[in-house]
Design a protein around this ligand. Sequence first.
Ligand SMILES: [Zn+2]
Length: 350
Amino acid sequence: MANPLNAFEKRKQALQSLKQLRRPNPDKQKTCPACQATIEKKKLMSTFYVCPHCGHYLTLGAKRRVRLTVDKDSFKELGGGIVSTDPLDFPEYQEKVRAAAEKTKIHEAVLTGVGRIDGIPAAVGVLDSRFLMGSMGVAVGDKIARLIEYADRRDLPLIIFSASGGARMQEGILSLMQMAKTAAAVEQFSENGGLFISVLTHPTTGGVTASFASLGDVILAEPGALIGFAGPRVIEQTLGEKLPEGFQSAEFMLEHGFLDAIVERKDLKKALSQLLKLHGYRSQAPSRSITNFLPGGKDRSKEQNFTDRTAARDADRSADADADADSAVSADASDDRFIAKQIDPEPDLK
Ligand SMILES: [Zn+2]
């Protein structure tokens, strides 16, 4: 007669393996942080990373955001090799940056480049909140300022998706200086007639809100995004006043005139392309290579015709543009510990 203990043991094992099967597979499934529902990762692309059960907006990494925003295969990264140094020798900072880079597959908390939106070439920057809370250190500020200057030289519209906890404390005052640097770049861009669409996503706070993110000609936000400067407790303590409920939500901001519109994630690309068209930017024939808008792009004459506004530009400035773009990266590749450094050469963009 079989040992009854063995039978129990077998049953226990069978039950455990069944449990294992039911457990969400982190490679294929994701748990919604709002409603705890298990969602197939495959499904998420079609729902724009919005929970199909409760409508919660899941965190979007920079690369995914680019994939959802620009036309397929049209994105070319700029300044991908720029990383921060560790100017204060801040404990564990470099380890944290390395871990974040590994997790997000980008070297810094912002991904910048050029791509097409419904065929319209645009300079696009996306902050990644998974990379040290999307905080702005020297490299992030540098990449954003360069993107703005690049858009300016090439007469491209500029679109930046913000998602940030603010300035990067590990770089101290140098990260605060990025607020001035990026704001000045936006100002120059604006003065030259460039269009900047700022898209605030969850969360946009601190020095990013207090600099370029709030300087868009058009400011959009995703539903429910937290937008603010300091946390509610700090503000209450400073003002000695009770703050209204939900005062840092996108909806509250819209009501109080801080935003132009709240756009659902699934409609964002359409909204952006409509705004670009409305401002006179036109889609390019698919045969035009995006590399024409990159440093060293050969097609200067056509490029100069691509918007009406270009004609009004100063000829000297545009003649300098190619040289500037090509030398911009190498000029900063010194080992000065107080500036961002270039860890590998610009990717081959041809
Ligand atoms: Zn949910």
